[in-house]
Design a protein around this ligand. Structure first.
Ligand code: ADP
Length: 482
């Protein structure tokens, strides 16, 4: 059973916006700022307020005890002789309300005058009359209270008890004020953080926005400009790397245009020749049969050339497309060379060229047999094509434990020094007319080069004009996929 979720357009937009909000750098920067500043601030404020409040309560407790004990010690003359003169000084000593009860719990003095003569028998007072001191913090009335017993001078008798209560409203007010300051500070900080995070995330995300604009430009076909992002070191690194990629794309595009222009030109040449030959035959009223034959042979030759160019092009395109698709197997290289040379013997014989194959050992290598056979064919064909009559071609094969070395040495026309690098480029020919006359397409050596590189090998060319050329290849015996 499958689950179908139907989302209306509006709902989808909300979901996308929520996702955008939570995944955006802006929100993350804001939340990080908020977390690292507001959370510690709230925690510190709470800790400060709590320690201030307990410090204040401890102080109050000590103070109340001290006051109650002082009064308790001075009640001896009252309880022994009824002398109340001390009572008038109590108001000045006590920070709050003081009550004195006698041994039965009767209030004999109250700084507020309200409870005098009344009987108070709370559990704390009963404990006080039994000699115990008590401190309680009454949260409901928000007041602190101490009860201490009033002893006789010799501490043998308990005459009564002293009770002092003190309102803690001043503490509550102070805590409230502190909390207000902390809240104001938090509000101020939140505003500051919003402004700061908007600014920081804005400057952080600006390069990304510009990058997006740039890539949209590329999608619209504006690929001619380089990326220009100002910002942090990382942004500059990305820009440099991206621009390298753009340069590479430009190079690829330039090569592609060059290649297409070359292909059109190369295909047009035999095509134009065919048209000229056919038209000149058509324009002659009664051309002799020999002329027809001669022109048709030329047309046939041009058609062959055109198909050779198309075949070479197809080979190149296959090599480009299947960059790493090689059909690798263990191949006897000696045998492969002998087969190719045997096939080309009639071509060499037409120019009375002697072909010598010198092999130092049997070489078994992991190569693509079909593609490598094309390499040997192209090099051997060139050695024949660009050789003189009665020339010599020497093919040498040797190997060490890692690679085999295969060279083709001819006694032909040679290649000018400034062209030895370029001959591997597509359609490059030292002498266009000569290459065309010998059925060349200018693609053979680029096929050779590409195939050698695909085998992780290398190829070099040494040549001297009018003396001859040597192509040398180094190919690993074991194929390692790169
Ligand atoms: P082509 O089809 O023209 O032979 P290649 O790519 O095989 O194309 O070779 C490119 C050019 O390199 C040739 O046109 C020729 O000028 C030069 N060249 C290649 N091989 C030889 C050689 N053995 N001797 C002299 N020149 C050569």
């Amino acid at each position: 059973m499958s689950l179908h979720i139907f989302i209306q357009n509006g709902e989808l937009a909300i979901i996308i916006n929520i996702r955008k909000f939570f995944t955006s750098i802006r929100t993350k920067v804001f939340l990080i700022f908020l977390f690292v500043s507001i959370v510690p601030l709230i925690l510190i404020s709470a800790m400060l307020i709590s320690s201030f409040s307990s410090y204040y309560q401890d102080n109050t407790k000590t103070l109340l005890y001290r006051q109650a004990n002082t009064i308790g010690l001075n009640l001896n003359s009252y309880f022994t002789s009824g002398d109340t003169s001390y009572f008038s000084t109590i108001d000045a000593i006590v920070d709050g309300r003081a009550l004195i009860v006698d041994g039965t719990g009767n209030v004999v003095f109250d700084t507020n005058d309200i409870s005098e003569g009344k009987l108070i028998a709370t559990s704390e007072i009963i404990l006080g009359l039994q000699g115990e001191t008590t401190y309680i913090m009454d949260k409901a009335d928000n007041q602190a209270m101490v009860v201490v017993p009033a002893f006789s001078k010799d501490k043998q008798l308990i005459y009564g008890a002293v009770i002092i209560t003190r309102s803690m409203n001043d503490l509550t007010d102070a805590v409230y004020q502190l909390a207000s300051i902390a809240t104001l500070l938090v509000i101020f900080l939140v505003i500051l953080i919003i402004v700061l995070s908007l600014y920081t995330s804005g400057s952080l995300t600006k390069p990304f926005k510009n990058f997006l604009k740039y890539t949209e430009g590329i999608l619209d076909g504006r690929i001619d400009k380089k990326l220009d992002l100002q910002g942090n070191y990382e942004i500059e690194e990305i820009t440099t790397s991206f621009n390298k990629m753009i340069e590479k794309l430009w190079e690829i595009e330039e090569n592609r245009q060059h290649f297409v222009a070359n292909v059109s030109h190369e295909l047009k040449t035999p095509h134009s020749s065919i048209k000229v030959l056919a038209e000149s035959l058509l324009n002659q009223e009664s051309a002799p049969i020999e002329l027809y034959r001669e022109f048709l042979e030329d047309i046939n030759h041009e058609v062959d050339r055109e198909s050779k160019i198309i075949n070479d092009l197809l080979t190149i395109i296959t090599l480009d497309k299947d960059n790493d698709v090689l059909n690798i197997s263990k191949v006897n290289v000696n045998q492969l060379i002998e087969d190719v040379l045997k096939r080309l013997k009639p071509l060499a014989s037409m120019k009375s060229i002697e072909v010598v194959f010198e092999s130092y050992r049997t070489v078994i290598a992991e190569i693509d047999e079909m593609k490598f056979s094309l390499v040997i064919t192209n090099l051997a064909e060139n050695a024949i094509k660009y050789n003189r009559e009665y020339g010599l071609i020497k093919v040498t094969l040797n190997a060490d434990h890692k690679q085999f070395i295969l060279s083709f040495k001819d006694t032909g026309i040679g290649i000018p020094e400034d062209s030895t690098e370029k001959i591997f480029e597509r359609f490059y020919r030292v002498d266009k007319t000569r290459s065309r006359d010998t059925g060349g397409t200018g693609l053979g050596l680029s096929i050779v080069h590409k195939t050698v590189i695909m085998h992780n090998g290398s190829i070099s060319c040494e040549s001297e004009e009018d003396k001859g050329t040597t192509f040398t290849m180094l190919i690993p015996l074991k194929f390692i996929k790169s």
